[in-house]
Design a protein around this ligand. Structure first.
Ligand code: GUN
Length: 283
């Protein structure tokens, strides 16, 4: 049976070092989180982020704006937070309501406060192998792999899903860690064949159990980014956990794997930002 890669435990273990860095700052790190509308999953995620930030003693500004908010209003909030010196990180929770162009909004966040790592300047820096802000979920996946002592150099990594939030940056990070990377997506031919050749499999599609455990290469390391709620209320990942656990060397559970690490890495990105800004550095 696979070893379980426990994101809650790793997040807790990283706590003392992060708290020591916060204590060494002349003021608390500042995080602004903007949520627009009433997407139920976003409400849960944002609440977790705020709770963790509060426990760490962050200065927080939390905005919950109505679904009818105009793009211009949202941009005005972003501009105000860009200019607020107490704020080191600005996060606009996605998805946004359909009448707002998320790309325009993300492009207006000060790239030196872009703790999500979604601004094109930060995507560009990551793609050149000199990251400033690494998107939180991929950074959390890499931390889980590192903590588990997985040998990445020369390994064949298969990422399923090409989103800007997870799949694309994940592929870049694995390549930087010297994996040979295959990036699969909805048009991929013979997905089962690709998955079956993965030493490291990262599933980031958002479709419940779409990767059968029987596809997993024996001895592979499986990182499941999916958090899907079934009609019966259960949360499952993108990988069929039971059968995958029987074949893999290590696997992340859902919940309790990648999810908690995403929040941990948002806290790290915000503290990184506070340290850089207070030292007058840009990267
Ligand atoms: N929606 C789902 N994941 C994320 C994330 O990492 N950041 C933001 N801003 N929105 C999300």
């Amino acid at each position: 049976m696979a070893r379980i890669l426990d994101g809650r435990r790793l997040g807790r273990n990283m706590g003392p070092a992060l708290r020591a860095r916060i204590a060494a700052l002349p003021r608390p790190p500042g995080l602004a989180v903007i949520r627009v509308g009433d997407d139920p999953a976003s409400a849960v995620y944002v609440a977790s982020k705020q709770k963790r930030a509060q426990r760490l003693g962050f200065h927080q500004e939390s905005l919950h704006l109505p679904a009818s908010t105009t793009q211009a209003d949202l941009l005005a909030h972003v501009a105000r937070l860009n200019d607020d010196d107490r704020i080191d990180g600005i996060l606009v929770q996605l998805p946004l309501p359909g009448h707002i162009d998320a790309t325009v909004v993300l492009d207006h966040i000060d790239p030196e406060k872009d703790v999500d790592g979604f601004h094109p300047e930060n995507v560009g820096l990551l793609s050149q192998g000199r990251p400033r802000f690494v998107p939180c979920t991929p950074r959390g996946c890499m931390a889980l792999l590192e903590d588990a002592g997985v040998e990445l150099s020369g390994a064949h990594a298969v990422v399923v899903g090409r989103s800007n939030i997870v799949g694309r940056p994940m592929a870049m990070l694995l390549e930087k860690a010297h994996c040979t990377v295959t990036l699969c997506h909805s048009r991929t031919v013979d997905l089962a064949g690709h998955v079956g050749r993965a030493d490291v499999l990262v599933a980031a599609v958002g479709r419940p159990e779409m990767i059968p455990g029987a596809w997993v290469k024996p001895g592979a390391v499986v990182i499941d980014v999916g958090i899907n709620r079934l009609d019966d209320g259960r949360l499952v990942g993108d990988v069929e956990f039971g059968a995958a656990e029987a074949r893999a060397a290590a696997i992340t559970p859902v919940p309790g794997g990648v999810g908690p690490m995403t929040i941990t890495m948002l806290m790290h990105n915000t503290v990184d930002s506070a340290e850089r800004r207070l030292a007058g550095r840009s990267a």
